[in-house]
Design a protein around this ligand. Structure first.
Ligand SMILES: [Zn+2]
Length: 79
Protein backbone atom coordinates (compact mmCIF):
# COMPACT_ATOMS: atom_id res chain seq x y z
CA UNK A 1 0.00 0.00 0.00
CA UNK A 2 1.29 3.37 -0.89
CA UNK A 3 -0.23 6.54 0.36
CA UNK A 4 -0.59 9.08 -2.37
CA UNK A 5 -1.05 12.75 -1.86
CA UNK A 6 -0.81 15.65 -4.22
CA UNK A 7 1.81 18.32 -4.67
CA UNK A 8 0.77 21.44 -2.79
CA UNK A 9 2.18 23.59 -5.59
CA UNK A 10 0.79 22.02 -8.78
CA UNK A 11 -1.62 19.25 -7.71
CA UNK A 12 0.30 16.42 -9.32
CA UNK A 13 0.00 13.08 -7.45
CA UNK A 14 3.10 12.32 -5.40
CA UNK A 15 4.05 9.49 -3.06
CA UNK A 16 5.54 11.48 -0.23
CA UNK A 17 6.46 14.96 0.86
CA UNK A 18 4.62 18.16 0.07
CA UNK A 19 5.88 19.01 -3.41
CA UNK A 20 6.71 17.11 -6.60
CA UNK A 21 10.14 17.12 -8.26
CA UNK A 22 9.04 19.71 -10.83
CA UNK A 23 8.16 22.28 -8.19
CA UNK A 24 11.35 22.01 -6.16
CA UNK A 25 14.95 23.01 -6.77
CA UNK A 26 18.00 20.76 -6.43
CA UNK A 27 17.95 21.20 -2.65
CA UNK A 28 14.32 20.10 -2.42
CA UNK A 29 13.01 23.57 -1.62
CA UNK A 30 9.89 24.93 -3.28
CA UNK A 31 10.73 27.10 -6.30
CA UNK A 32 9.77 30.75 -6.38
CA UNK A 33 6.35 31.94 -7.48
CA UNK A 34 7.84 33.44 -10.66
CA UNK A 35 9.53 30.18 -11.63
CA UNK A 36 6.40 28.13 -11.09
CA UNK A 37 4.21 30.69 -12.77
CA UNK A 38 6.44 30.70 -15.87
CA UNK A 39 6.44 26.89 -16.06
CA UNK A 40 2.70 26.59 -15.59
CA UNK A 41 2.05 29.34 -18.15
CA UNK A 42 4.22 27.52 -20.71
CA UNK A 43 2.37 24.28 -19.99
CA UNK A 44 -1.03 25.95 -20.21
CA UNK A 45 -0.07 27.66 -23.48
CA UNK A 46 0.67 24.24 -24.99
CA UNK A 47 -2.67 22.87 -23.80
CA UNK A 48 -4.59 25.87 -25.10
CA UNK A 49 -2.65 27.34 -28.05
CA UNK A 50 -5.54 29.59 -29.10
CA UNK A 51 -5.64 31.47 -25.79
CA UNK A 52 -4.11 34.92 -25.52
CA UNK A 53 -1.23 35.64 -23.18
CA UNK A 54 -3.68 37.43 -20.91
CA UNK A 55 -6.05 34.45 -20.86
CA UNK A 56 -3.21 32.09 -20.05
CA UNK A 57 -2.10 34.29 -17.18
CA UNK A 58 -5.62 34.36 -15.78
CA UNK A 59 -6.04 30.60 -16.12
CA UNK A 60 -2.76 29.94 -14.35
CA UNK A 61 -3.58 32.34 -11.52
CA UNK A 62 -7.02 30.73 -11.13
CA UNK A 63 -5.38 27.34 -10.94
CA UNK A 64 -2.73 28.49 -8.47
CA UNK A 65 -5.53 29.86 -6.29
CA UNK A 66 -6.58 26.24 -5.66
CA UNK A 67 -3.07 25.23 -4.53
CA UNK A 68 -2.15 25.42 -0.83
CA UNK A 69 1.36 26.62 -1.70
CA UNK A 70 0.15 29.65 -3.67
CA UNK A 71 -3.40 30.59 -2.73
CA UNK A 72 -2.23 33.26 -0.27
CA UNK A 73 0.37 34.71 -2.63
CA UNK A 74 -0.17 38.43 -3.40
CA UNK A 75 -0.20 37.83 -7.18
CA UNK A 76 -2.95 35.22 -6.76
CA UNK A 77 -4.88 37.36 -4.29
CA UNK A 78 -4.72 40.33 -6.65
CA UNK A 79 -6.02 38.48 -9.73
ZN1 LIG B 1 4.34 20.15 -8.14
Amino acid sequence: MTTTSSCESCGMPIESGRYCDYCTDDAGALQSFDDRFASMAAWQARRDPAASENDIEQQVLDYMATMPAWRDHPRVQAR
